[in-house]
Design a protein around this ligand. Structure first.
Ligand SMILES: *Cc1c(COP(=O)(O)O)cnc(C)c1O
Length: 412
């Protein structure tokens, strides 16, 4: 089968909606269009029924009960509600004072965690910002050492969106919860791809998003534990009192129905999909990092998501690399800020140097990628790296045996 260009290898940024999800959503726009808050007629009842089914589908995927699911506009909102909502609920001192409680997080979390935590820091909470090891991991040991008498909340993502590394969330949760603090995880990249059980995995609050799991954009959910212990939150959006008061606003019924179907499909197809994508990712890594010299896969070798890889190519100019692989839609190790090209703060957190960060590619595979596409990408990237290295005087020196690589590229 001929492949269509450009290839989409940016599934960690967003995924294509599964056609089965779209099909489930369509009737919600024109036929079953009611407001689930309308208690007096069939339109409302039907919409409520559709939302109830979706709530069950989301809950099933993570081993929760439907009453523990709060629908949001996505993971960003779920993280904000979890982090600000828990901190304000369990604060040890009133607003306006300092020393309101201690929060643990990490410096290479998603911005949707970092920024709410920074906000809380300004509002009088103390924060420990953990630095990962060179392997990108946050371990239970690190969290254990950071715990304090006044720790109220720990928020550590399950899998990192840039490097795919998997943190020791169940072990961390155990420590945090045993100490009576609240455990939140941004599981946006994990849920739907890897088995999840909020009870076995020791989680109090968990964020997930539709568009990362072949569902629609603009919808997600926060899991809020209801027993052992019952977690309470201060609402961050006030109004009509929907979602048990945690998130006011008329429910996004089509989005919620789509999210529900997306969760059901992920649950059903998880095992086969994981296996297939793991094979493809290994093929990519073997052909690129494994056989081109001066390359590295960023993050822990084994503790990583099956479908995501982040590879740095030494002696390759970053912008040139992106230009040369423009038929492969993927992310680079550069973050476009308003004025300049900054190296990714996630790679920086691992100690990856600026140059090497700029010449990194994040390739994230998904449900709709084929082996033919992987083969195309391998050839394309190899060729690009070879060509760009012809332009690199440093690479010439490296080939002549001058060990500049340690000085120029060292990650320590
Ligand atoms: C995409 C992503 C988010 C943001 O999710 P939205 O639903 O787009 O708001 C948050 N955290 C992680 C880890 C992500 O990958």
């Amino acid at each position: 089968m001929p492949i269509k260009l450009p290839i989409y290898f940016d599934n960690a940024a967003t995924t294509r909606c599964d056609p089965r999800v779209v099909e489930a959503m369509l009737p919600c726009f024109t036929e079953r269009f009611g407001n689930p808050g309308s208690r007096n007629h069939r339109f409302g009842w039907e919409a409520e029924e559709a939302v109830d089914i979706a709530r069950g589908q989301v809950a099933d995927l993570i081993g929760a009960s439907p009453k523990e699911i709060v629908f949001t506009s996505g993971s960003t909102e779920a993280n904000n509600l979890a982090i600000k909502g828990a901190a304000e609920m369990y604060a040890k001192k009133p607003e306006g004072e300092t020393g309101r409680g201690h929060i643990i997080t990490a410096i290479h979390e998603h911005k949707a965690v970092i920024d709410p935590v920074k906000r809380l820091e300004k509002r009088g909470f103390d924060v420990t910002w953990l630095t990962p090891g060179a392997d990108g991991l946050i371990t239970a040991e690190m969290v254990s050492r950071a715990m304090r008498e006044d720790t109220i909340l720990c928020t550590i993502m399950w899998a990192n969106n840039e490097i795919g590394t998997i943190n020791e969330v169940p072990q961390i949760g155990k420590i945090v919860r045993a100490a009576g603090a609240v455990m939140h995880t941004d599981a946006t990249q994990w849920v739907g791809k890897m088995p999840t059980n909020v009870t076995d995995d020791e989680i109090d609050l968990l964020s997930l998003s539709g568009h990362k799991i072949y569902g629609p954009k603009g919808v997600g959910a926060l899991y809020v534990r209801r027993r052992k212990p019952r977690i309470r939150l201060v609402a961050q959006t006030e109004g009509g009192g929907q979602e048990r008061g945690y998130r006011s606003g008329t429910l996004n019924v089509p989005g919620i129905v789509g999210l529900g179907m997306a969760c059901e499909l992920c649950g059903k197809e998880m095992d086969s999909e994981r296996e297939r994508l793991l094979k493809l990712r290994k093929k990519l890594e073997t052909a690129l990092a494994g056989s081109i010299e001066v390359t590295q896969v960023n993050g822990h070798a084994e503790k990583r998501l099956p479908h995501l890889t982040n590879i740095s190519f030494g002696f390759v100019e970053g912008e040139g690399l992106m230009m040369a692989v423009k038929n492969i839609a993927c992310s680079s190790g550069s973050a476009c800020t308003s004025a300049s090209l900054e190296p990714s703060y996630v790679l920086k957190a691992l100690g990856v140097g600026d140059e090497l960060a700029h010449s990194s590619l994040r390739l994230s595979l998904g449900r709709f990628n084929t082996e033919e596409e992987v083969d195309y990408a391998i050839d394309n990237i190899r060729e690009a790296v070879e060509k760009l290295r012809l332009l690199s005087p440093l690479y010439d020196m490296h080939k002549e045996g001058i060990d500049i690589s340690r000085i120029e590229w060292s990650t320590h």
